[in-house]
Design a protein around this ligand. Structure first.
Ligand SMILES: [Fe+2]
Ligand SMILES: [Fe+2]
Length: 312
């Protein structure tokens, strides 16, 4: 029986069709997806913090409105993704507990501080830009609810990327001090952005299986290269220097060569020792505790509605 189900699963995946919640799936596939989608959801929610830091200090009403909308989008992304994990049988309360107890990860990029307002622009340009490169292929991932959530998320991410770039363009046309702020932010965020694609292929233990299941469509190094090639001309247009002396066009490869990433730093941050790691988790824990009354009230309300329906 199981062999037959497995053959059907392989056929669906091989034919580029979607696996849906009620379909049979291998245990490992379900576990991998729950882990990946939960990490992704956590990243969206934790990712609200570094930028929210600037909402109250945005330099104009227009910038405040844009930033508010963007941070709110990220909350929505978290919501779609947590809902996608629920279709796999995961429990949201349990995932949140795992996050605040440090048993599940989120993207290490959000453990870096946002020191000036140009960081908001650079996060939009580089961090949301890298997220797009990572996530566009996920619109074709083999699990239906995840793929569908990603289509909507990617549309919003492209707005995030453009608002960041437009903010930086505006600052680059401003004063010398503003240009210095942009360059400083680029210097600090460039390398962590490259780390967003994960460890090099040779050290990425989950890649091969995820590619076979068509959860993942490209390797970490392929996506990283794509991001570099896409970003270099944008940096030129902006008039900033990417902080890598080894970055240059390689005509033979048809790609840009770039310097070695500091993997020691990467593993440090992934291991929970980033500059803001503790602060991010503490904040998330406090926000979750403060929201307990909202969850209780919503549950009580939902309960009463079902009671009423039962009487009617
Ligand atoms: Fe997002
Ligand atoms: Fe975003």
């Amino acid at each position: 029986m199981d062999a037959e189900l497995e053959r059907e699963f392989d056929r669906v995946v091989g034919a580029e069709q979607r696996i849906e919640p009620r379909d049979w799936m291998p245990d490992g596939y379900r576990k991998t997806l729950i882990r990946q989608i939960a990490q992704h959801a956590h990243s969206e929610i934790i990712g609200m913090q570094p930028e929210a830091n600037w909402i109250s200090r945005a330099p104009s009403l227009r910038r405040k409105a844009i930033l508010l909308a963007k941070v709110q989008d990220e909350a929505g992304h978290g919501l779609y993704l947590y809902a996608a994990t629920e279709t796999l049988g995961a429990d949201r309360e349990d995932l949140t507990r795992k996050l605040v107890e440090g048993r599940q990860k989120y993207s290490s990029i959000f453990n870096y501080p946002t020191l000036n307002f140009a960081d908001v622009g650079v996060i939009g340009w580089l961090v949301d830009g890298a997220a797009i490169v990572n996530q566009v292929p996920l619109c074709r991932t083999s699990y239906g609810p995840y793929a569908r959530a990603m289509i909507r998320i990617c549309k919003e991410e492209s707005f995030h990327q453009r608002q960041g770039y437009e903010l930086l363009m505006t600052m680059m046309r401003g004063t010398e001090a503003q240009r210095r702020m942009v360059q400083d932010a680029v210097d600090r965020w460039w390398w962590p952005s490259l780390m967003m694609f994960g460890p090099p292929d040779a050290e990425s233990s989950n890649t091969a299986q995820s590619m076979a299941w068509r959860i993942k469509r490209h390797t970490n190094d392929e996506l990283r290269q794509k991001f570099v090639d896409m970003t270099v001309p944008q940096a030129d247009a902006l008039g900033v220097t990417l902080p890598d002396p080894e970055l240059r066009w390689n005509a033979d490869r048809g790609h840009h060569d770039f310097g070695e990433i500091d993997w020691t730093e990467f593993w440090q941050v992934v291991g929970g020792n980033g500059p803001c790691s503790r602060q991010r988790i503490e904040h998330r824990r406090a926000a979750h505790d403060d929201g307990a009354w909202v969850r209780e009230a919503a549950a009580a309300y939902a309960h009463r509605q079902t009671d009423r329906e039962a009487i009617a």
